[in-house]
Design a protein around this ligand. Structure first.
Ligand SMILES: Nc1ncnc2c1ncn2[C@@H]1O[C@H](COP(=O)(O)OP(=O)(O)OP(=O)(O)O)[C@@H](O)[C@H]1O
Length: 795
């Protein structure tokens, strides 16, 4: 810390009162009476002091280190970098401190005894080991004293210990929240443990601490953390569910940096296997969570495929109830898709843009409801019956869910919400508490990763039909797994691919382009401008200016920021997300004089800005990829701001969400986004930038996903070679085993055919085949007395 000390001023003073304490961070504003200070130009007896503080006590004396800053509204304040509780320097003072009322059960006699036995360093000795009080005070008093001291001083000490290791107060605060008093010990004795347990602790950070405290490079705790960090990082970076042993060792060696690294890495793998942190299967090494997710997905699919259906709908029953949306004439594949959607226990529907996926979903939902309505009149309780067999619809993104609701007229939600997943807890709906309904339709399935899929499938009860809809040529999920492609490739699940493009008019040449890209080529007319597609071929260095001109022209034509989306593969470079966002913000929402704004990192947020949510936040019900608009910027001193914190209010399709400044890391400007972040969203106009500078990012699925986000017009900017290279380059293979598990039936003995009861199964305990046959062949349905196949037909 000495290196900072030279530039920092010091104030020793008594905390008079806490003017403000943030409810969700450790930020506080204090009024401090100065006893002593190094400040040269300060004549006032008090100073307003701001910073990150633990549970500081009014009336206590502290030493604050920091500097005087000028607040635009409130003038000069002392901004604290670190602080210490100035414990009284003599025995009498210390006795007074213990009897100040902060520590219940300690009177003058006990306080004197403690100070006499433990001396002036009593507080630190107690914090280090409560047993120093053995024989001095009763065990219960000792414990209480320890707890109060920890509350008052433990976090404070952790801030200091953390700062020695270059750890920010925010992280130290989170550590304290998770481990309490133990945090300091963990940091200074076994920081590598945090790589396994603490969200946000990278191996690199733990290693900085580990090296400072002198942990040997081949120490097994260090090596195990390196191996674990490697498998997790690679799985999430490349989307793998497993690594080969050789891959894992080779990559771990780079972190371990020791001549003996290969040997110790192998030993660490064995240890991690023994501890069930890794799982090995046929020379493949999995992080246990991913192994179980993959296994569970395969098991649950088999369970659903094997489960008895509550009823099967005959060809005739379906034909009779069949609803075709919008008077269309469906082709044979489409008709087969609707029937499979109604009948197959698990059904996969894939197809490119404009091939009719949404149309099929509409037909399935409408026909299902018609069948249900007809059947409901025979149920004991119509409402319960309709609820038990209702259609549920969900999608990985909020936007896609909203679109499903719009096109079908029925409720759709995010998968997170459907399952009741909150950030830390297990999902509310799971194998023991399954979701209810008769038919579940999942859209945008290309975005499903293996972990979410496992959670989703676990919560589906036997007999509930599952229809999975997606475009398998889009980018695979951000998280590990290659779920949609693996399901299709397994050949074990009823699958229909729609390949006739029906979209006409605006956006139709985009679907044709998509078809070519899918085949690994660019069409001959790629460079020829169409009514809905144009190309501006420029070098990488000119691309940002070209995009600027296109945006300016679009703004002139009356397109809004909602209509238009810039897509590019990466964040950095002049044609990356960051630079293009700054450029587009100036065009769509330029700064006005005296306008409020909040800065986070290098981003300046203003009212009216288009923004993107970067992570799942189930508490606020916003998810990675959701787009919204800033509708208010509030300063902490605004009269209307009761919370006294700087914040943004963001509107997500009618849902208003408030972000205190410390949560602004969840948001970014969204005029430009990566293609990955745009998956699941659609826009009227897409401007997509690709240049050869984007190198390894260029692949077919990226280009395909980007251009298929455009509904009405597509403008391609960049280098022809980059577009061609992307079209010709298949997406890198992901190491996953879901396909093989399904094919080889490598399924663990499971509770496959145990029926999980839910409301629906009570009705459906007996299997019913609804056909145009004599009712003698039909088992009686509990609660559905008198049902005949004719009841499933239209009136
Ligand atoms: N058999 C058909 N005959 C005529 N038009 C059709 C047929 N099937 C679908 N369409 C029309 O084609 C257009 C695209 O269909 P739809 O929106 O269902 O496709 P999609 O696969 O969901 O596309 P996207 O993934 O791009 O949303 C719609 O306007 C739809 O009405």
């Amino acid at each position: 810390m000495a290196y900072q000390e030279q530039q920092l001023e010091k104030i020793t003073g008594t905390l008079q009162n806490v003017i403000f304490a943030s409810s969700d961070s450790y930020f506080k504003i204090l009024s401090v009476q100065i006893d002593d200070s190094t400040l040269e130009n300060w004549d006032e007896p008090e100073i307003i002091t701001t910073g990150t503080f633990a549970d500081v006590q009014e009336g206590s004396v502290y030493a604050f280190y920091g500097s005087v800053v000028r607040h635009p509204k409130y003038g000069q304040q002392f901004k604290v970098t670190r602080y210490e509780n100035e414990l009284p320097p003599d025995k009498n003072g210390l006795i007074k401190y213990f009897t100040s009322g902060q520590f219940s059960g300690i009177g003058k006699k006990t306080a004197t005894k403690i100070v006499e036995h433990l001396g002036l360093n009593a507080v630190n000795l107690i914090l280090d080991d409560v047993h120093v009080l053995d024989g001095i005070v009763k065990e219960t008093t000792a414990k209480k004293l320890m707890r109060s001291l920890q509350l008052n001083l433990g976090l404070e000490r952790l801030f200091q210990v953390g700062s020695q290791f270059g750890m920010g107060a925010d992280m130290a605060g989170r550590l304290y929240d998770q481990y309490g008093a133990e945090a300091e010990n963990i940091l200074s004795q076994d920081p590598y443990r945090l790589v396994f347990e603490f969200d946000g602790m990278s191996f690199k950070m733990a290693d900085v601490i580990g090296q400072k405290i002198g942990v040997d490079r081949t120490d097994e705790r260090r090596v195990q953390a390196a191996v674990y960090a490697t498998i997790i990082t690679m799985s999430y970076q490349y989307g793998y569910t497993y690594l080969t042993r050789q891959q894992l060792i080779q990559s771990s060696v780079k972190l371990i940096r020791d001549s003996n690294a290969e040997v110790v890495a192998s030993q660490a793998i064995e240890r991690l296997l023994a501890d069930n942190i890794l799982v090995e299967e046929d020379q493949r090494l999995y992080a246990a969570t991913l192994y179980h997710a993959e296994m569970q997905t395969a098991n649950d699919l088999k369970r659903l495929l094997d489960a008895k259906l509550p009823f099967e709908l005959s060809e005739q029953a379906i034909n009779a109830a069949f609803i075709t949306p919008g008077q269309l004439v469906l082709d044979d594949t489409q008709i087969a898709a609707v029937k499979a959607g109604l009948n197959a226990q698990v059904f996969l529907l894939t197809g490119g843009p404009g091939t009719g996926k949404t149309t099929i979903v509409r037909a399935v939902v409408a026909t299902w409801h018609k069948l249900l309505q007809a059947q409901a009149k025979y149920a004991d309780n119509t409402t319960d019956f309709l609820k038990s067999y209702a259609v549920k619809m969900a999608s990985p993104t909020g936007r896609a869910a909203k679109r499903m609701t719009e096109v079908t007229g029925y409720d759709a939600t995010t998968i997170h919400r459907l399952l009741g997943i909150s950030d830390l807890d297990e999902p509310e709906f799971n194998a023991d508490n399954p979701i209810a309904g008769g038919l579940l339709i999942i859209d945008e399935a290309s975005m499903l990763d293996i972990e979410l899929t496992a959670k989703l499938l676990a919560a589906i009860p036997n007999g509930m039909k599952l229809m999975i809809v997606g475009d398998s040529d889009q980018l695979p999920s951000v998280g590990p797994g290659n779920v949609l492609a693996d399901l299709v490739a397994s050949g074990k699940i009823t699958h229909i691919e729609l390949d006739t493009i029906y979209r006409q008019g605006k956006g139709s040449s985009i679907t044709t382009l998509a078809q070519h890209i899918k085949n690994g080529e660019l069409p001959n007319d790629f460079m020829k401008n169409q009514q809905d597609r144009s190309t501006f071929m420029v070098s990488h260095d000119q691309a940002d200016q070209a995009i600027k001109q296109v945006v300016q022209a679009a703004v002139k034509k009356g397109y809004t920021q909602d209509d238009l989306q810039i897509l590019t593969p990466i964040y950095k470079t002049t044609s990356g997300v960051n630079a293009l966002n700054t450029m587009a913000q100036e065009l769509f929402n330029p700064a006005k004089p005296a306008q409020k704004s909040l800065q986070f990192g290098t981003t300046i947020f203003r009212k009216g800005d288009k923004i993107l949510q970067l992570e799942n936040d189930s508490e606020r019900d916003v998810f990675n990829g959701d787009m919204g608009k800033i509708i208010a910027v509030q300063y902490k001193n605004d009269k209307s701001n009761d919370d006294h914190e700087d914040r943004l209010i963001v509107d997500f399709d009618g849902k208003e969400i408030s972000y205190p400044k410390k949560d602004l890391n969840q948001l970014t400007l969204a005029y430009a986004t990566t293609v990955h972040k745009a998956q699941g969203n659609e826009f009227k106009v897409v401007i997509m930038a690709l240049t050869t500078r984007f190198g390894l990012m260029l692949n077919r699925n990226l280009l395909y996903t980007g251009i298929t986000r455009a509904k009405e017009a597509l403008i391609l900017v960049g280098e022809y070679e980059a577009f061609l290279h992307a079209a010709q380059t298949p997406v890198p293979t992901r190491l996953t085993r879901l396909k093989e598990r399904l094919q080889n039936q490598e399924l663990a003995p499971s509770q496959d055919s145990i029926d999980k009861p839910n409301a629906m199964h009570k009705v459906a305990e007996n299997h019913l085949t609804i056909e145009m046959i004599q009712s003698d062949d039909i088992s009686p349905l509990i609660g559905l007395n008198g049902v005949t196949p004719y009841d499933f037909m239209p009136n």
